[in-house]
Design a binder for this molecule. Structure first.
Ligand code: DAH
Length: 342
């Protein structure tokens, strides 16, 4: 056999095997296959073509060598393909390249508002308040009338409430659920109502047309303002940390009498004054009061026998304060760079 053809066969074998072992994916393998085993221009084909230049007596042995190399390469190709996670070695299409670094899967979690609602449910649950839900599409009776909100109250203006064409409306607060709960059960009552509410507000850093509140209601014999104060103090300490102080400012809500706006001491400066609390040391988080007997009358509760308190927490407000978030729009933009921080 010609020494030079023999050398070319061995050289092809060595180079093909080296190329195979450095192949990283099906496309690399296909390149090797075409270069060596390709029918029209493969190197083995060239070697076979070169046989005709050999003396007749050498052709058989050289041909056998080339065929052996062909079989060896085909075997090595499929072996390597298997190593790379493929069963066949001849197709470049598809297939996973197990040698590439993996793609880390993003694991989701509860939205920061859902987390805040869960925290509220945990804290008030420990104080004996059961969570209930009310409908987001409400009647005027539940959203306004039974809550002692008169027909000419500005909240009933179409600028302040989304009225639907069917005579219903999107609830503008969670307070209507108070009415639904009291209509459906006799005292004692101890519930919280977390949920979504709607107002046609112009959107800015602190306003959105859809947000969340959590209503609280307790009704029993002898419930007083000091019970309200105790429950809210424990609740806010649970949500914002021990030592959180409450400040009750006289206010007005038609469904409570007396009514108060409740501020909590700023958790960032501990009341000394900072940017978050606008140097006041306090942040307004909720409205509260003793249930107005007019509301009890609307649901048929005995106003001589029962008293109660109610409160409404602004959930976005609480979350913004808790986490130092300065724009309510961030909650709804669905930017994972924001959401994954909580
Ligand atoms: N419903 C009131 C609002 O939308 C919040 C509120 C104030 C709820 C006082 C109450 C309450 O239960 O007692 O702003």
């Amino acid at each position: 056999m010609s020494a030079s053809l023999n050398a070319r066969i061995e050289e092809a074998r060595a180079q093909a095997l080296a190329a195979l072992s450095s192949a990283r994916n099906p496309a690399d393998l296909e390149k090797v296959r075409v270069e060596y085993l390709g029918r029209s221009q493969g190197r083995l084909r060239d070697l076979l073509t070169a046989l005709k230049d050999l003396p007749a007596e050498d052709r058989r042995a050289a041909g056998a060598k080339i065929n052996a190399l062909k079989e060896d390469l085909a075997g090595a190709l499929s072996g390597r393909a298997e190593q790379l996670g493929r069963s066949g070695g001849s197709s470049a299409a598809g297939g996973a390249d197990l040698t590439q670094p993996g793609l880390a899967r993003q694991v989701g979690h509860l939205h920061v508002i859902s987390q805040t609602l869960e925290a509220i449910k945990d804290v008030f649950g420990a104080l004996g308040f059961s969570p209930v839900e009310g409908p987001e599409v409400e009647t005027e009776r539940h959203n306004f009338d039974a809550l002692n909100i008169p027909k000419d109250h500005p909240a009933r203006d179409s600028f302040d409430t989304f009225f639907l064409s069917c005579g219903l409306l999107l609830r503008s607060h969670t307070s209507p659920a108070q009415v639904r709960v009291m209509e459906s059960q006799a005292p004692p009552v101890r519930v919280i109502v977390p949920g979504r509410v709607y107002r046609p507000d112009a959107v800015d850093a602190t306003h959105f047309y859809c947000f969340h509140q959590c209503e609280g209601l307790m009704v029993d014999e002898g419930v007083s303002f000091s019970d309200l104060r105790a429950v809210l103090t424990m609740g806010m300490e649970g949500l914002l940390g021990a030592g959180t102080k409450l400040r009750f400012r006289p206010s007005f809500f038609p469904f409570t009498e007396p009514s108060a706006e409740v501020d909590v001491s700023c958790i960032f400066c501990k009341g000394a004054g900072c940017k978050v609390c606008k140097q006041s040391g306090w942040v307004e988080l909720l409205g509260a009061g003793l249930v107005n007997p007019a509301v009890f009358e609307a649901v048929g509760y005995d106003t001589e026998r029962y008293t109660g308190f109610a409160f409404g927490i602004g959930v976005e407000r609480l979350a913004m304060f808790r986490y130092g978030i300065n724009d309510i729009r961030l909650f709804l933009e669905n930017d994972v760079r924001f959401l994954e921080q909580f």
